[in-house]
Design a protein around this ligand. Structure first.
Ligand SMILES: CC(C)(COP(=O)(O)OP(=O)(O)OC[C@H]1O[C@@H](n2cnc3c(N)ncnc32)[C@H](O)[C@@H]1OP(=O)(O)O)[C@@H](O)C(=O)NCCC(=O)NCCS
Length: 174
C-alpha cells in the first residue's frame, strides 16, 4: 500500500523472529498515547514469552497478529485473538496501534480491514469485539466507520495516574 510519495506500507503476518522488534515497538507506542493497556516501557512480556505467544497465534485457525511495515520498520500492529473454548470460539478480540508519526495515513484502517477479512474467511468467527477508552474519539470514529457498534461500557476500566476512564465495548457482527 502506497501512503506517501516515498512510503510503502506492507501488512505482514508476525513471525517468531519478530518478537524483539514487536516488544520494542509496543514499549514505544505505549508512551505515545494513554489509550493502550500499557504505558511507555510497561509492556511486560519477555522475548521468549512473546515468541511463544506468536507461535501459538500462528498455529491457530482463528487468531492472527499482523505488522504494518515501512522501510523495514514496524509502524503498526494489529491482532485478532479468539478463544479456543467451544462456547466462546465464535468471537475474538481485535486490538490495533500505529506509531504516532504515521497516524492519519490509513494504516490503522488497513490493519483492521485485513483482520476483518481474515475473521470473515476463517469459517468460525461471527463477532469481532474490542474495548476502547471512551474519550479516544479518533479510534471510535474509525471503528464505527468500519461497522462496529457500541454494545456496552465499563465505567472506571482504566486507572491512569490516579484518574479513572471508562471503556466502551464495541462489536462487529459479521
Ligand atoms: C487509533 C489508531 C490505531 C488509528 O490509526 P491511524 O493509522 O491513524 O488510522 P487511519 O489513518 O486509518 O484512520 C484515522 C481516522 O481517524 C480520523 N481522525 C483523525 N483525527 C481525528 C480526530 N481528532 N477526531 C476524529 N477523527 C479523527 C481520520 O480522519 C481517519 O478517518 P478517515 O480514514 O475517514 O480519514 C492510532 O491513532 C493509534 O495507534 N492510536 C494510539 C493507540 C490506540 O488508540 N489504539 C486503539 C486502542 S482501542
Amino acid at each position: 500500500m502506497r501512503i506517501k510519495d516515498d512510503l510503502y506500507v506492507d501488512i505482514q503476518l508476525a513471525r517468531e523472529q519478530d518478537a524483539p522488534f514487536i516488544i520494542e515497538y509496543l514499549n514505544q507506542v505505549g508512551g505515545e498515547s494513554d489509550n493502550l493497556l500499557f504505558g511507555k516501557g510497561e509492556f511486560s512480556l519477555s522475548v521468549e514469552q512473546e515468541t511463544a505467544w506468536i507461535r501459538t497465534i500462528n498455529r491457530s485457525l482463528t487468531s492472527r497478529v499482523v505488522l504494518a511495515v515501512a522501510h523495514d520498520e514496524i509502524v503498526g500492529i494489529g491482532s485478532f485473538v479468539s478463544n479456543v473454548k467451544p462456547r466462546i470460539a465464535h468471537h475474538g478480540e481485535l486490538a490495533v496501534s500505529v506509531k504516532q508519526a504515521y497516524w492519519n495515513h490509513g494504516i490503522g484502517r488497513k490493519i483492521i480491514k485485513y483482520l476483518i477479512q481474515f475473521a470473515q474467511a476463517n469459517g468460525v468467527t461471527e463477532i469481532i469485539h474490542l474495548g476502547v477508552r471512551a474519550d479516544n474519539v479518533r479510534a471510535i470514529r474509525l471503528y464505527q466507520d468500519l461497522g462496529f457498534e457500541e454494545v456496552g461500557r465499563f465505567p472506571g476500566f482504566f486507572k491512569i495516574d490516579g484518574q479513572y476512564y471508562d471503556e466502551i465495548l464495541m462489536n462487529l457482527y459479521l
